[in-house]
Design a protein around this ligand. Sequence first.
Ligand SMILES: [Fe+2]
Length: 135
Amino acid sequence: MILKWDDQLATGVSDIDNQHKELFNRMNNLLITMREGNGKNEAIKTLNFLEEYVIKHFNEEEELQRKNNYPKYTVQHSEHEQFKNELQELRNVFETTGVSAIFVINMQQKMSKWWRNHIRELDKDLGKFLIEKSK
Ligand SMILES: [Fe+2]
């Protein structure tokens, strides 16, 4: 596995944690597909899958934040948008120049860093907020 989920990344909200785990799996699939050079079609298929799941996950998370008047919604939303833009850039590279080994390594580091930071700095705070609120 390239992107590793561990307990430090747990938000305590099982729906969010399960989706994060699933996202990590899907990102790993994409990275493996690219690394193995299974052809553009396969990589685009995996990317489509990941994009769909990322959008679904962000929408659900943001809905939960709005419903609960989470005070850091705006920061969350703009970080989510930023990640969606990165996926869009990735798609552009796929469809134009194609991916190199260096590109795959950079992408892996970028995604891993983004998710670890986002979860640790924002989603864990959201988890704490939601748990506190439900008491
Ligand atoms: Fe988030």
